[in-house]
Design a protein around this ligand. Sequence first.
Ligand SMILES: [Zn+2]
Length: 508
Amino acid sequence: MDPGRPAADALGVWQGRVVGLDEEIRDLPARRVLDLAGATVLPGFVDPHVHLAWSGLKSRTADVSPSRSAGEILAVVRRAAEAATGAWVDVVGYDQRPLGRHLTAAELDAAGGGRRVIVTHDSGHSCVVSSAVLALLPDGVAHSDGVLVESGMAAVRALRMPYRTAELRTAIARAAAVCVSEGVTSCAEAGIGAGLIAHSPVEAEPYQQLLAAGELPLRVQLMVAAAALRPVAGAPDDGPLHAVDLGLRTGFGGERLGLGALKVFADGGMMARTAALTEPYEGLDHGGQLYADEADPVRTVVDGHLAGWQLAIHAIGDRAVDVALDALAEAHRARPRPAARHRIEHAGLVRPDQLPRFRELAVTAVVQPSFLWYFGDDYARLMGPGRAPWLYRGQSFLDHGVALAASSDRPVTPGAPLRAVGFLARRLSASGRPVGPDEAMTVDNALRAYTVGGARACGWEDRVGTLAPGRCADWVVLPADPAELSLDAVGELPVRETWVAGEPVHES
Ligand SMILES: [Zn+2]
């Protein structure tokens, strides 16, 4: 992935770093020599948008996916309520689409025996709760018969918090093990501390514990949820006074664990039909909604920018992308920061007129190709033929000179990078339906989006994403070169080994 030297046959490692390639190392003594017998080595994948705690918890929580009928879901809720030891009954994997309607609070009351039941939607943007939960919510939190979306769901999360640090530590370790088994050697956790996907106000603590114990097998960057910022009294000349404690921000930390971007929500998600569109969803009478947090997202973006944060703005629908781009333009007007490297997370529906603006504002698009592998049929129907080609673009970003990073958003979908690379090159959903075929890119460019692109999105391009002298010795061993396979085989290619800092962290 180093354009100056795209291929080599031998690679030397010392102290967790690449020291040289081929002739640079041939005459050096080595304590150990590994012969990979013609296998392909690529830089470890960088997944710049994951949810490790959520992934790890989800894998051990009562799961109703695939949601086929209300009766089946309620049977799972009943069993989970009977097995629950604490006050809360957590159920995940919910999706109203196959039901044609939402579950109701009354149904959860009956199935959950009156307990505090939270059935979380697969998108992470909505949930259905029992009356016992509704009774705890502050006045003014809107719900429809127990269904809460976006900021309403964040209010439920606030009630549910905090998860125990020990529980989070186990969950994160479990998710990290899955990441390295899929070849991911660096990732960014997309928002800790508060808001929609938070688990604890001290959510960095389990990561620090794992790091100290040598049990964090990959590099992790923690994004901070904007809702975790609070007014801080600094010196009057220091500008905006919204900060996390001690004034920590993007860039703080070490090579294995550090702080990343400030995560801001502009809208919801397509699965929950809350992504904000300029035109209504096909077959629905609305175009989603902007995220109505307690704070104005534009204000949050500008304040975060002025305070030196990198911003990662969640914007899925084209209307939300407008909001994000406008806010970033306003931020740069207030104080130009050409190296800020702001990101738009998802960029799920981008109109042609919006593409040049990404480039003008130097915004990185952090897309999730696997969304279209798993949900492409639904999304394409929901957008109609006019807008379906704008979904989770690939090649258009490259054509417009926009920095592109691919990511998983696990556990919204399974996170295997090679599955996503295969999709980016082929643009076929799991059922074989073309989704935006004009956006297909080469396998090489798709791999670039999952290595160099992800590293750049995290500000880590001097460390990871390429294998070159001085870079971290993070790589995957594959049984074949993805660029030489047929396109339908790329997504099925297994990861044989994963190495981080010159040490094996996964062997299949
Ligand atoms: Zn996410």
